[in-house]
Design a protein around this ligand. Structure first.
Ligand code: ATP
Ligand code: MG
Length: 477
């Protein structure tokens, strides 16, 4: 196959010319070629393989880009790896020299590297569909070089390793997660033999830095159908190593004719539903993933009543700090958000019916602030019942709640609420220094507003401040 028409962009001609000058053959390789053949050019990443030194080619390319554009494009060199990177025309171009890799240390995925041929370099790649190379050399410019049948695997939607799967996965266990990630993003199948090999090598995942695991895991979550990858992780045994809190949710128990749903499969549906909601917020997806993890600890059976999971959302939210710490996920506001959302995940569903008080809605708005929108998205995604009637009813309940939220927010402005009385107002009214009583008064005013005893304005709040101050033995100045 010759793809010279598809690679008419001038960067390829510049690389081709530069390779000729320094007498190092060069190829486009990996993800760019795969995506080009899939007609899915999403990536602005371009990998150039050269038979020789990557840095040398990058320098020559930068020189020729300058000649062509009169703009200096700096290169970043990674001397330790013999690679270089250049940004040009909204693309990140990576230059790498062809190499043979060996992995003598079983505790490390960092290989020992030697200069090799194009074929050596294709051998070391993870999947046949990622070994594809297009020549940039004048004798066969545009020719596709496909020694492992990658094109046919692309057509058949198959992921398989170019060499022995056991060795490939054991050498660099990140490839197991990459297999599952590509299977999810591209909706491809992992070849049976290869999947067996992932199962066999699952414990090798322990040599990976957590950050690399999470990088792949997050790509799975951000895909349009994360359940594909989550299920493959479950079936391979990788999930119970990475996130056992989730994998133990699998299973249905039945007693005296009472059954509960399978909370693992329910969670997968919730995360898929969030993707369908066009949600590209990674952290809301994490919320969906973790929203039911408290169910294992809170599960109880009551005769004649059935299964209950009381306070599972609270127990679940308490488990999140440890998970985030273990997986080196962010601290600070992101962690706070995920905990808060899981803790409140059940609230909208419990706020249904005509007799929900305004104050319950004001409290929800106060506690959630701007995150109320995400909580509603989660609640809608949490509806996974198979019954069309029930689904309709739950959706109507949420629509009704949204209407009430809008009405109350328009009237009372609670979402970004700031107390109409500040600590300074209290101190100067009673002529006191900072002390506990200020907090008590502020809390009293807040609760009185949320409960609807007073309106959300300065004069009503001032009157209540005086009243509470008096109860606390304070005298107005
Ligand atoms: P994407 O950029 O969409 O994630 P990609 O295939 O381009 O997909 P990169 O991580 O950019 O992935 O890697 C570029 C190429 O390098 C891959 O196509 C593959 O040939 C090779 N590669 C990357 N990581 C590995 C690995 N762990 N083991 C073997 N080959 C790898
Ligand atoms: Mg890439």
């Amino acid at each position: 196959m010759n793809l010279s028409k598809a690679i008419r962009k001038n960067i390829f001609q510049i690389v081709s010319h530069s390779s000729k000058v320094i007498k190092q053959d060069s190829y486009i390789i990996g993800g760019y070629v795969r995506d080009l053949l899939l007609r899915k050019i999403k990536s602005c990443d371009l990998d150039i393989l050269t038979i020789g030194e990557g840095i040398r080619l990058a320098k020559e390319v930068a020189k020729n880009i300058y000649k062509y554009t009169k703009v200096f494009h700096p290169i970043r060199m990674f001397k330790r790896y013999g690679t270089a990177m250049l940004k040009y025309d909204n693309q990140t171009i990576e230059f790498v020299g062809s190499r043979i890799e060996s992995y003598p240390n079983p505790n490390s995925r960092n290989p020992i590297v030697k200069l090799g041929t194009l074929q050596d370099d294709q051998n070391r790649r993870d999947f046949t569909i990622n070994t594809l190379a297009i020549s940039l050399n004048s004798n066969n410019y545009g020719e596709l070089i496909d020694p492992f049948g990658g094109v046919s695997d692309l057509k058949n939607k198959i992921l398989k390793t170019p060499l022995n799967a056991d060795i490939t996965y054991s050498d660099d266990p990140l490839r197991m997660l990459r297999a599952i990630r590509f299977a999810t993003e591209l909706q491809f199948f992992i070849e049976k033999k290869s999947f067996q090999s992932i199962k066999k090598n699952k414990n090798r995942i322990n040599i990976l830095p957590k950050e690399r695991i999470i990088e792949e895991f997050n790509k799975i979550l951000l895909s349009s159908k994360p359940s594909i990858g989550l299920l493959l992780m479950k079936k391979s045994g990788l999930l119970s190593i990475i996130l056992p809190e989730l994998s133990v949710l699998e299973g249905i128990e039945e007693k005296d004719g009472f059954k509960h749903k399978d909370n693992f499969y329910h969670t997968l549906q919730v995360v898929d539903n969030l993707s369908r909601e066009k949600c590209n917020s990674l952290w809301l997806k994490w919320v969906g993933l973790l929203h039911d993890i408290g169910k294992t600890q809170t599960k109880k059976f009551f005769p004649k009543v059935g299964w209950t999971f009381h306070s599972h959302e609270y127990v679940g939210s308490q488990m999140i700090s440890n998970i985030f710490k273990r997986l080196k996920l962010p601290k600070g506001n992101i962690l706070k958000y995920v905990k808060k959302m899981v803790k409140n995940s059940y609230r909208p569903i419990s706020l249904v019916g005509n007799n929900i008080s305004d104050s319950a809605i004001r409290r929800l708005l106060f506690d959630l602030g701007n995150d109320i929108e995400d909580l509603i998205k989660l609640s809608l995604s949490d509806i996974t019942t198979g019954s069309i009637e029930k689904k309709k009813q739950y959706e109507n309940n949420i629509s009704f709640l949204i209407k009430r939220i809008k009405q109350i927010e328009n009237k009372d402005c609670i979402m970004n609420w700031k107390s109409p009385i500040s600590g300074n107002d209290i101190m100067s009214a009673f002529d006191i220094n900072p002390c506990k009583k200020i907090g008590i008064i502020k809390n009293y005013i807040k609760n009185s507003i949320l409960e609807g005893k007073i309106s959300n304005d300065f004069s009503s709040a001032y009157y209540f401040m005086l009243k509470k101050g008096k109860e606390l033995g304070l005298k107005k100045k």
